[in-house]
Each structure stands twice: as C-alpha cells, then as structure tokens.
Design a protein around this ligand. Structure first.
Ligand code: FES
Ligand code: FES
Length: 163
C-alpha cells in the first residue's frame, strides 16, 4: 500500500507491505535507528515512538497504522543545538548508561510532559513503567524527568513574562 505520514517533521511517502511492523519500516526503510528493538513483544518499551503525541510501541504497530499520522522518534524531539529539555536533563543527570533504553525513555518522558507538564514523581514512575532499563536503577531517570519538567515550567514562565 502507499503510505504517507509525518516523521520527525518531514512528510514521508513510500510503498510498504501493510502488515509490516512499524518498527521495521522506521528502522530499515527510513533509517530511524534511534528506534530500538529490544523484546519485539511489547514488553520493554525500547521501540517507543510518539504517534499523534501519544507513546506507542512500534513493535506492536503495523505499517498501515502509521498512515496519516504524525510520528516522532527520540531523534525528532530536539536537535543538538536545541535539545528537548528531556534530552538535556537525561545527559545532565546521568540517566544514560548503556543507552539502549534511552530513546524509548525519552519518548515516554516527552509524551508525559506534553500531557502533564508538572508531574509528581509517582506520575513519572507510572509513565516510564513500561520502559525497562537494566542499568540505571531508574532514580536518575526520574530525577531527569523532574528536571525537564522544571525547565519547561521556567521556559513557559519566561514566555509569559515576555508577553
Ligand atoms: S521492542 Fe517493542 S516493546 Fe520491546
Ligand atoms: S541505560 Fe542501559 S538499559 Fe537503560
């Protein structure tokens, strides 16, 4: 089938087998190697992407389900010059060790903050509970998401003050 969707801000048009897994399409056809595959069975969260702003497991999605959607991977959250607060906070708080879970964690955190800009620690824990990390013990990840929320709040405050 012909597919058209937005990937990290760019329109993508391609022919794809509709029953191909979205994770394979993203990685193998579109070079989105930041989308990781851990378990392939919906257990680890490594393959998380935002689809229309909501965290989804791309190993459980079919290519056809991307049609017309807006997809953001970890690489699309920000740039080296203008990182997303989550990306910056993960680096600054030592929330990245081997890094395998990090793209999925960052996507989960960004999805949470888009929906709930001032989450309690319990909210953060719940939001990343589907993302497994074998390295960090999670505390630094939760600290980083809290810091990202503070940065977003500070940015919002500055924007409002400038009005
Ligand atoms: S690879 Fe998709 S949830 Fe583990
Ligand atoms: S940093 Fe290694 S799995 Fe999370």
């Amino acid at each position: 089938m012909k597919l058209s969707f937005i990937l990290n801000g760019a329109t993508v048009r391609l022919d794809a087998e509709p029953d191909r897994r979205a994770v394979d399409l993203l990685r193998e056809e579109l070079g989105a190697l930041d989308v990781k595959e851990g378990c392939g069975t919906g257990e680890c969260g490594a393959c998380s992407v935002l689809v229309d702003g909501v965290q989804k497991l791309s190993c459980l999605m079919l290519a056809a389900q991307l049609e017309g959607r807006t997809v953001v991977t970890a690489a699309g959250l920000g740039t080296a010059e203008k990182p997303h607060p989550v990306q910056r906070a993960f680096a600054e708080h030592g929330a990245v060790q081997c890094g395998f879970c990090t793209p999925g964690m960052a996507v989960a955190a960004a999805g949470l903050l888009a929906e709930n800009p001032a989450p309690a620690r319990e909210d953060i824990r719940r939001a990343v509970s589907g993302n497994l990390c074998r390295c960090t013990g999670y505390v630094k990840i939760i600290d980083a998401v809290e810091a990202a929320a503070r940065e977003l709040a500070a940015r919002k405050g500055k924007t409002e003050d400038a009005r």
